[in-house]
Design a protein around this ligand. Structure first.
Ligand SMILES: [Zn+2]
Length: 374
């Protein structure tokens, strides 16, 4: 029987908080931890369609809040479809049916993020999946922990807009609010991993604990949560792969969340179907096994609503990133930002136009990727 796949998606989980959390540091001690995994779209719909398809939304069709149904299902095969074809039982529990591609899922369950107890609910799903194993079927279970997001809706999105002075002047309060929400996420992960243990699923499963994007705590005026800008506090996510194919180690080289799908397929010995479009992501198995592979550039894009209430239909802010440099193109007003991430991780000093060679290179790479856009 092939290994099960369990993905715990901590919606809105910030990397810096994971690095400080005793729960997440405990997970690091038993996993391959990627400390620099860059999301394609820093809002859930685009982010997760990219993860499920191993490809950027500018090619799959799902590049915004509005484009779930534009996903080109005949051209891009999702991880759920690959697994379903091999008789996996495929089950997801998420906050809305729009957040992930439905293709290949036996069950797409929707929870009520305010009223449901996600710990109890998700433990139930695990028990149900264990039954599938007993019937001789492997499973894929995707669980979204949505309560960081829930807290942000209630305490930030409904109270402030992207320019509220009250929000940006109270960084301490924003930090405390987020810390509380993150600590609840840690509690959730602890309970779920305990259940995995109790059900003896560890040896038979690959477990990926990841976040889709971070959330602002007031770093930059113009973004009170996520999805408006392309800065690292939302782009840089965490990913922990647990299972006996994954050595205990930390990998600091930049990877992209689109690389997870081909990685998992390679671990499970599932070949890519050549009839579908080529993936943007690459397998991280060589990197996990200690080989050197060249760092790939990470492309991200989002729709900045600016002064509007909702984001635009098409992305209007794009970025390309290496572990050292990032170029951001604000397409809506055709301005650029260029940051030296090593020396300026907060992205405060815009070096665009200062004649740095690397900027020209990244600009031509960004244009190349952007030219593939639908
Ligand atoms: Zn999200």
């Amino acid at each position: 029987m092939k290994k099960n796949l369990i993905i715990l998606m901590i919606d809105g989980g910030r990397l810096d908080r994971a690095k400080k959390s005793s729960v997440f540091n405990g997970i690091k001690e038993k996993s391959t931890f990627f400390s620099q995994s860059i999301t394609y779209g820093h809002h859930m719909i685009a982010a997760m369609h990219a993860v499920f398809s191993g490809s950027y939304g500018n090619r799959t069709g799902t590049n915004s809040y509005w484009s779930t149904y534009d996903f080109k299902e005949n051209k891009f095969k999702t991880i759920s479809e690959y697994l379903h074809e091999l008789e996996y039982y495929t089950c997801a529990d998420t906050v809305s049916k729009l957040t992930i591609p439905k293709q290949g899922l036996d069950e797409l369950n929707i929870h009520d993020e305010v009223n449901d107890d996600l710990i109890l609910r998700h433990k139930d799903f695990l028990r149900k999946m264990k039954e599938k194993n007993k019937e001789g079927k492997s499973f894929f279970l995707y669980l979204q922990y949505s309560n960081i997001h829930t807290g942000i809706i209630e305490q930030v999105l409904k109270k402030y807009d992207n320019f509220s002075k009250e929000f940006f002047n109270n960084k301490k309060e924003n930090e405390n609010r987020y810390d509380q929400l993150f600590s609840n996420a840690g509690n959730y992960v602890t309970h779920i991993l305990n259940e995995v243990n109790e059900l003896n699923l560890n040896d038979e499963s690959i477990i990926l604990i990841m976040s889709d994007h971070g959330i602002s705590i007031g770093e930059k005026i113009g973004e009170r949560a996520y999805g408006a800008f392309c800065y690292d506090y939302t782009l840089r996510t965490f990913a922990y792969f647990i299972g006996n194919n994954f050595p205990i180690k930390q990998i600091d080289q930049q990877v992209r969340t689109i690389d997870f799908m081909p990685t998992i397929l390679e671990i499970l010995n599932i070949p890519l179907n050549e009839k579908f479009e080529k993936l943007d992501g690459v397998s991280l198995v060589p990197l996990i096994q200690g080989e050197e592979i060249s760092e790939k550039m990470a492309f991200s894009e989002t729709g900045n609503p600016q002064k509007e209430k909702s984001p635009p239909k098409k992305p209007n802010v794009k970025s390309i990133r290496t572990s050292k440099w990032k170029l951001i193109w604000n397409q809506y007003n055709d301005t650029k930002e260029f940051y030296d991430l090593e020396n300026d991780p907060e992205e405060e000093e815009n070096l665009s136009g200062k004649g740095l060679e690397k900027e020209d290179f990244l600009w031509s790479e960004l244009k190349k990727i952007n030219n593939f856009s639908i």
